[in-house]
Write a protein that binds this ligand. Sequence first.
Ligand code: FES
Length: 95
Amino acid sequence: MSHFIDFEPLGRRGTCPPASTLLDCVRLLGVGLVSLCGGFGECGRCVVQVVTGEFPEPQPEERNFLLPSVLAQGYRSACRTTPAAIAGCGCRWSR
Ligand code: FES
């Protein structure tokens, strides 16, 4: 299933292919998010806040950079996160 992603406050939105990570969507939609490690979950620079949608549980690499209280607020590593159960989500980008 494709995913409709809305990156605010940039106003960048569009549909991303099935199995895309949020980082894939960032690149596809031209959002200027830093990815020093190339998307391997090693730099902790690709953090976005997911405000709507459903996502799988955080991966171990995300827990290296994001405290449980931060994860609870919806912050996720874009390179480690794939939208799961529904086709749409919104992400807040703040760098
Ligand atoms: S791009 Fe480096 S942790 Fe996501």
